[in-house]
Design a protein around this ligand. Structure first.
Ligand code: NI
Length: 176
């Protein structure tokens, strides 16, 4: 089911989400289906459970060739519960981000360039990957939602934050 996405200003987006305690349940499968349906309907790169008002540590993400992210490499579709992120090195990289909870805007956000992440899929199978660049950025953005952090909070130069249509005139870039 396509769910409403909470927008910045809703206090539920600022809460710390709770760990998933039981995997393989109909409730968890239903949540993930809703996240998938909603992300697909809005053509997003990722979505976190708190964005649809569910305070659980569940994110999904994945990018196939997407006209909105012309320079982005593909990111495999991933369901990740209880993620743990470990930066590899302290190199940060600036990049443009958007968010379905901050529609119509973009900002430049520093993120770790390389990291390891681990967690579990919806069945409780362990996932562990080392990633870099855009994949690493997407994971950091989505997992921030689980700790009540929205990307504008991480922008260092607010001159690089604005409405997508003004920042990228004429480009077909959507809301997320
Ligand atoms: Ni977001």
């Amino acid at each position: 089911m396509i769910r409403d996405v909470l927008r910045m200003g809703d206090p539920r987006l600022l809460e710390i989400s709770q760990p998933v305690e039981r995997f393989g349940t109909p409730e968890l499968f239903a949540l993930i289906r809703d996240l998938q349906d909603t992300m697909a309907a809005l053509n997003g790169a990722g979505l976190a459970a708190p964005q649809i008002g569910v305070g659980l540590r569940v994110v999904i993400f994945g990018v196939q060739r997407n006209p909105r992210y012309p320079d982005a490499e593909e990111v495999p579709f991933t369901i990740l519960c209880n993620p743990v992120l470990t930066p590899l090195g302290d190199e940060l990289e600036d990049g443009w981000e958007g968010c379905l909870s901050v529609p119509g805007m973009r900002g430049v956000v520093p993120r770790y360039k390389r990291l390891r992440y681990s967690g579990f899929d919806q069945h409780g199978a362990r996932i562990e990957r080392e990633v870099s660049d855009f994949h690493a950025r997407v994971v950091q953005h989505e997992c921030d939602h689980l700790d009540g952090v929205l990307y504008p909070m991480r922008i260092r130069d607010l001159r690089q934050f604005g409405f997508t249509e003004e920042l990228f005139p004429g480009e077909d870039i959507g809301d997320d």
